[in-house]
Design a protein around this ligand. Structure first.
Ligand SMILES: *Cc1c(COP(=O)(O)O)cnc(C)c1O
Length: 392
């Protein structure tokens, strides 16, 4: 006999237990421990007006619902909404704005977010100011009476600059603006912005939450009842939902989030330390190094320092030689998967950022970014060592 009742999570359940179990009850029909992929467009109703809470696949899907409950619990939110991509999730957050509203954004925000704000949303009389959100005086100065949202990424990509989320949420409350945090780079294992006072968290689940480089998706986690009501409405109204198979993949990913992140953290720190001692590397950017200007904030705000780091090889030629000789690290965009990825921001992820803006942000032609995977650290160091040996 099997028990088909729900797994009971105590209110004080710890992080890894929440990752594994939250939102997922054994399948009521069979007892299957894994939430099935409900690959269906519609649901048969028992009688006119009598159904099981599921009417049409865009509006409700049990696999997606399980994932949404799982991530809401992981981020300590009240509700979550899963979308077809991280950009669709950010687009949904933007629908909380109205024509004429102003948003203050981290200046080194994800390129796709910058493109959405500048090339699409400006057409709807929304305006955006990009400031270094590490400096909250600058944020305060950028706020106007039309400002409705503060959109923060911490750590930033690829320079690993941090924003003090507790201080930013105090400012947001004082200014009566929503604090939205794109938590993709850190993951909820490393930091949970809602616990620090943020109103909304967004993720590209494509990265650490799914973690296996085999799905594109996004999620918004909310706590305010008015935001929850609106986001539920917009998810259905715009329809950019996450499909059931992808929802199932991400659920599979979040089960191992805690152990994956512990290893991403360990490998990120070890690689940063290794590179910072290497004579051919000019400078390493990683919040876990005491040389990082916000190392103290990182130690307070983050649990571990994440798997993302970047380093300056001094020139395009040196970076190119190094990148062309790695064998284990894969030369690719994206991040947060179990395999180590290495990339060249100036020509890859940040190629569309104007050169002057790249320079102002510190994204030189010699800058290389690593998303540390969970391979054996000695194999990663060996690979970087032999690639760095090729640089003269
Ligand atoms: C990848 C990414 C996004 C966009 O997510 P997609 O799933 O690619 O649409 C948004 N923000 C950050 C920080 C990202 O890394």
């Amino acid at each position: 006999m099997y028990r088909t009742g729900p797994v009971t999570l105590r209110a004080n359940a710890r992080f890894s237990t929440i990752c594994l179990h939250a939102g997922q009850d054994p399948d009521p029909a069979t007892g299957a421990i894994i939430t099935p992929i409900y690959q269906t467009s519609t649901y048969v109703q028992e009688a006119l007006g009598r159904h099981k809470g599921f009417e049409y696949g865009r509006t409700q899907n049990p696999t997606r619902l399980a994932l949404e409950r799982n991530i809401a619990a992981i981020e300590r939110g009240q509700a979550a909404f899963a979308f077809a991509s991280g950009m669709a999730a950010i687009g949904a957050v933007a629908t909380l704005l109205q024509s004429g509203d102003h948003v203050v954004v981290s200046d080194n925000t994800y390129g796709g977010t910058f493109r959405l704000f500048e090339k699409v949303l400006r057409r709807y009389q929304l305006s955006f100011s990009y400031v270094d959100t590490a400096n909250l005086d600058e944020v305060d100065r950028a706020c106007t009476e039309r400002t409705r949202m503060l959109f923060v990424e911490t750590p930033t990509n690829p320079m690993c600059g941090l924003t003090d989320l507790q201080a930013a949420s105090a400012l947001a409350r004082r200014r009566d603006v929503r604090l939205v945090v794109d938590n993709t780079f850190a993951s909820p294992y490393v930091q949970r912005p809602l616990e620090l006072g943020a109103d909304l968290v967004v993720h590209s689940t494509t990265k650490y939450l799914n973690g296996h480089s085999d799905s594109i998706g996004g999620v918004v986690v909310a706590i305010r009842p008015d935001d929850i009501e609106w986001l539920r409405f917009v998810q259905n109204a715009e329809g950019a939902i996450l499909g059931p198979f992808d929802a199932w993949l991400v659920l599979r990913g979040t089960k191992t989030l805690a152990i994956r992140m512990a290893q991403h953290n360990a490998n990120g720190l070890a690689l940063a330390q290794y590179l910072s001692r290497h004579p051919k590397v000019r400078r390493v950017y990683y919040p876990g190094l005491p040389s990082h200007p916000q190392h103290e904030l990182a130690s307070r705000q983050m649990r571990g320092f994440g798997g993302m780091l970047s380093f300056d090889m001094g020139s395009l030629g040196a970076a190119e030689t190094m990148l062309n000789h790695v064998r284990l690290c894969a030369l690719a965009e994206s991040l947060g998967g179990v395999e180590t990825l290495i990339s060249h921001p100036a020509t890859m992820t940040h190629a569309s950022v104007p050169a002057a803006r790249r320079a102002a942000l510190g994204i030189t032609d010699g800058l290389v970014r690593i998303s540390a995977g969970i391979e054996d650290i000695d194999d990663l160091k060996d690979d970087l060592a032999q690639a760095l040996d090729q640089v003269r």
